[in-house]
Design a protein around this ligand. Structure first.
Ligand code: KPL
Length: 295
């Protein structure tokens, strides 16, 4: 299968690299990374060790069987417009936040846009090198929920490449549950500059739980069956499983790049979600001070 990974940052490089063990993968990313992958392949280190040789480019190819979208949520609109010019029948979003699939679908008439979540831990170590900091799982399925032939086909492609995955018929709930985890973990770890495991005990744990509970309340308001207990348990499970990881938002802050705060805490911030509103305001204050919100 020809797979294009649009957004070869940490997660895109890892999942694309794992798929490249079996499929013809093209990574679309930044020039320095692309040059190194072309010259000496992609080195995967940590919990999975492999050197793979995907194709690499800075722009999308003309066609593919499957596109994985792993760009940051604030770039989804731009990615959707670019994908509209690419001949690809199935597009799988593996991004943080809630609205990516709808944004992609709005530009990709006639294509199948699948929803996905990913709990693999990934960290870009430098051009051509990515660390797998935790073997997790990709969940993928129809963005509206229910069965999907395209999801089954995509699941088989992941199976052949030995990527841990599940084809799920309840993606809307899973995407909200992932949002609860990201809302609980990402901003708190980025602001406190601590690895995820620092949220196993108070006071960090209290902040993470409160943010996740607000997401569950908001989910139920939108007709999604996500209890507060389930959202909190999910935060605790991820914090335990990824204790030594640095969240993607902490990695953004350490690199001095824009974060996904708008799509995570900012997505539900409001009078009924004061903890998320506070976390979003603090991270946006940092982004403003760094001049990162204009782009
Ligand atoms: O998805 C993540 C992220 O960092 O964006 C978690 C699950 C919090 C793992 O670090």
């Amino acid at each position: 299968m020809d797979v294009v990974v649009f957004g070869a940052g940490s997660l895109g490089s890892l999942v694309g690299g794992l798929l490249a063990r079996e499929h013809d993968v093209t990574l679309v990313g930044r020039a320095a990374h692309v040059e190194r992958v072309r010259a000496s392949g992609l080195r995967i280190e940590g919990e999975v060790e492999a050197t793979v040789h995907p194709a690499a480019r800075t722009t999308l190819p003309a066609r593919a069987d499957l596109a994985l979208v792993t760009v940051k949520s604030f770039d989804t609109e731009r990615a959707a417009r670019a994908l509209a010019r690419c001949d690809v029948p199935t597009v799988l979003s593996l991004q943080n936040g809630l609205d990516n699939e709808a944004t992609l679908a709005a530009h990709l008439d006639g294509r199948t846009v699948l929803a996905g979540t990913c709990t693999y831990g990934a960290r870009l170590l430098g051009p051509g090198r990515v660390a797998c900091t935790g073997v997790g799982e990709v969940a993928l399925g129809a963005r509206e929920g229910g069965p999907s032939v395209a999801a089954d086909r995509t699941g088989r492609a992941f199976e052949r490449a030995g990527v841990e995955h599940v084809v799920a018929e309840d993606m809307p709930r899973r995407v909200w549950e992932k949002l609860a985890v990201n809302a609980g973990v990402n901003a708190a770890t980025a602001l406190a500059r601590v690895p995820n495991g620092a949220l196993s005990d108070p006071p960090g744990r209290d902040v993470a739980h409160a943010a996740a509970r607000e997401v569950a309340q908001s989910a139920r308001g939108e007709g999604i069956d996500l209890t507060e207990a389930r959202a909190v348990a999910s935060v605790d499970r991820v914090v335990r499983a990824t204790a030594s990881n640095r969240s993607s938002m902490l990695q953004d802050v350490e690199r001095g790049t824009r974060t996904e705060i708008d799509a995570i805490n900012g997505r539900i911030a409001g009078p009924d979600a004061p903890v998320n509103a506070t976390l979003a305001a603090l991270v946006r204050t940092w982004e403003d001070a760094e001049g990162l919100r204009e782009s």
